[in-house]
Write a protein of this length. Structure first.
Length: 266
């Protein structure tokens, strides 16, 4: 892998930021509701948030033909099941169909239409000129944004330690500002596997491309626990950078995702 290079004249948006925002909001809300009982410490402090999600939970229970409105008795689904019921597909890491490519990402269930957010690229976000030298040594998971921002999506070694340290540093009371679960095998956000999507080849054309997304300040604080990115510098006040992978065509069950590190969208 090499650092992604995108000329300044290119555009990096094939769907609007509003569409990215709405998709993330939809799946994160569903994950929050599914994990309602674990959110007790947040809900106890903020009754208005509890009230809002209890209403959403009741709607979900009616849709699922559950008679009881008591959230303590709800059935908890896996994050993958929540992803399927919300967006209509699941993805997973598995051995790539490319020889010697190692791990890849596959659509394991359902169907992903063109122009859909299908994955997220997790990792620590480094601004220009911030120290990343040691983390970058032999690291195939460094993603370069158009403006020079780097995202370290390595889930091992020093990169792993840096992410966890920054994530715990930024916790705000009971609120987690980012998701650490992508560093483990038990993903809390099932989309956070984008760093394992392999580059396309002559035999395997790209079916997804990268799109940068700055999380707006009005993003619900209770849902930030599902964002798989954290900013390295604590003293910089800016919107957290995320990178999503968007489908370039319809993708069917069983297909592997392939990106182009030099994808240009004109």
């Amino acid at each position: 892998r090499t650092l992604r290079y995108v000329p300044e004249s290119s555009q990096d948006k094939i769907i609007s930021d509003e569409d990215v925002f709405e998709t993330l909001l939809k799946i994160f809300k569903a994950l929050f509701i599914n994990d309602f009982s674990r959110q007790a410490h947040i809900l106890a402090l903020f009754p208005e948030i509890k009230c809002k999600y209890l209403e959403l939970l009741t709607v979900e229970q009616k849709r699922s033909k559950v008679n009881s409105c008591d959230h303590q008795s709800q059935h908890v689904f896996s994050p993958e099941e929540v992803l399927f019921s919300t967006l209509g597909f699941t993805i997973t890491r598995d051995r790539s169909s490319l020889v010697s490519a190692g791990t890849g990402v596959f659509v394991t269930k359902g169907f992903v239409p063109k122009g859909m957010v299908v994955a997220m690229y997790p990792g620590t976000v480094y601004r220009k000129h911030e120290p990343i030298f040691f983390q970058s040594l032999g690291n195939p998971f460094i993603f370069r944004c158009i403006d020079g921002v780097l995202i370290d999506g390595n889930d091992k070694g020093l990169s792993r330690s840096v992410y966890r340290s920054c994530s715990r540093r930024d916790q705000f009371g009971p609120f987690q500002m980012s998701d650490e679960s992508w560093l483990t095998a038990a993903l809390q956000n099932p989309l956070a596997v984008g760093q394992y999507v392999n580059n396309c080849s002559q035999e395997k054309a790209a079916n997804v491309c990268y799109q940068e997304f700055d999380v707006p300040g009005y993003f619900p604080v209770e849902l930030k626990q599902y964002l798989p990115n954290i900013v390295y510098s604590h003293d910089i006040e800016s919107h957290p950078r995320c990178v999503v992978l968007v489908t370039l065509r319809d993708i069917k069950q069983g297909e592997e995702l392939f990106s182009n590190y030099y994808t240009l969208v004109s």
